[in-house]
Every structure is written in C-alpha cells, then in structure tokens.
Design a binder for this molecule. Structure first.
Ligand code: SF4
Length: 230
C-alpha cells in the first residue's frame, strides 16, 4: 500500500500560490512577515496531533544547529526590533556573540559543546511565537532520550515522522513560492543569518530587491560534521 502524502497535491499548490502572493505583495513591509507567518500557520494547521514529551522550559533541542528560510529570518529580525530596548539590546548582543563564536566551527563541534541558541532567555525561547519551522517540527516522544542525547550518549531521539515529512513538503512549497516571486531563498543557519539581518538595517530591503544577502549563512556552507543542522 502506498503511504498517504502529508499534504495532498491541491493543498500544496494552494499553499505555494498563497506564499508566492505574500512574497510578491505590493507593500514591501508585509512580504516577509506575512509569508513566514502563513508558512507557520500551514504547519500548525496540518501538523499531526499526537503525544509528545516537549514541555515549556525543556530546551535540549535548542542546543542543536537550526536552519530557517529567508522570510523566517526577517520575521525574527522584525520581532527582535519590536522588543523593549533592554531586551532587544541583550538579545542582539547574544546573537552577535554566538555568531562570532561559531563562525567556521564544525557542526559536530557545536553539538559536542552543546552551545545554546542565543534566542533562549531564562531557558525559554524569547521569540516563541515567531520561531522557525525547524523548531516547530522538531518534537520528541521521549524526553529521557533527549537528555541522554544531550549528554552525548549514542541514542536516537524519537521524532514523530509525520511532522518531519510535513516539514519537508512545506519546505519545498516555500522554495517554489520564492522562485515564483523571484527571490533568493534557501536554508540559512539561524544564528549567522540573524546576525547578518541585525547588522544591516537594509538587509530585508536588499533581499526583496533580489540580492541573496544571507548567502554567507547558507546552511550548505556549514563545516561538515557527523550531524546535520535541523
Ligand atoms: S529559535 Fe527558539 S525554539 Fe528555535 S532553537 Fe532558538 S530558542 Fe529554541
């Protein structure tokens, strides 16, 4: 028997059209945020519901290397810009420091050091409502396995397969929409890409004009190790 796809062809086509519409909308300031939020809403609407062990304050998976799409990066940069001044400065400082510390570091080494995502604030995601698809889709059915993996024991984290398959389909929809809108897009390493977006106030405008301003953070440039970014 052939396995049912996580998204039927019509729904996938509708999503590509919707995302491309947002990315090509007349008002430049809505393009990235509307497209990224629609991308996230699609996941939340279609994600399989099943028991997971993930709880607020549990952040083992926030010590992995994360990738995100361009619109998601600019959505996060906008969310950071809207924070109260003291939190904005603190978060921006942590992101810049983490980007400098991890530049050129092999992914396996980053995992070995259990480096936390700089977006963590008191153990929780400071930008939870706008977190990337990679963070939404990564769930575990066994917190003990997460703790053991964090302690570098050779254990596989049981991740619901359907959610990962849905992430794959949505990622391909996002790629197709960006192509239609004529925008450079890919999977960008979260910390390096955020640092670029925060350091250049014109980054989003340049991206909308067709420049691949996040190219230096392309996840394919990560120094290979024994593990891949999620
Ligand atoms: S963006 Fe938020 S949810 Fe994703 S890894 Fe960073 S702290 Fe965790």
């Amino acid at each position: 028997m052939t396995a049912k796809p996580p998204v039927d062809a019509q729904a996938a086509t509708r999503l590509v059209r919707q995302l491309a519409g947002y990315l090509g909308a007349p008002r430049a300031e809505t393009r990235a945020p509307y497209a990224a939020r629609a991308f996230h809403r699609a996941f939340e609407a279609m994600a399989p519901r099943g028991p997971v062990a993930c709880r607020a304050g549990c952040n083992y998976c926030c010590h992995q290397v994360v990738s995100a799409r361009a619109a998601e990066i600019f959505l996060l940069a906008r969310a950071i810009a809207a924070l109260p001044e003291d939190r904005r400065q603190a978060l921006t400082g942590r992101i810049r420091a983490a980007a400098a510390a991890t530049a050129g570091m092999a992914v396996a080494e980053r995992h070995r050091r259990n480096l936390p995502c700089p977006v963590l604030e008191d153990g929780r995601c400071a930008l939870y409502a706008e977190r990337p698809l990679a963070c939404r889709a990564f769930a575990s059915t066994d917190a003990e396995a997460c703790a053991r993996a964090f302690a570098h024991e050779p254990v596989a984290i049981p991740v619901p397969r359907a959610a990962m398959e849905l992430r794959g389909v949505l990622t391909r929809a996002g790629e197709a929409a960006a192509r239609i809108a004529g925008l450079p897009d890919g999977q960008y390493e979260l910390i390096a890409a955020l640092a670029i977006a925060l350091d250049d106030p014109e980054a989003e405008r340049k991206w909308l004009a067709g420049a691949d301003v996040l190219a230096a953070a392309d996840a394919r440039r990560l120094v290979a190790g024994t593990v891949s970014p999620r």
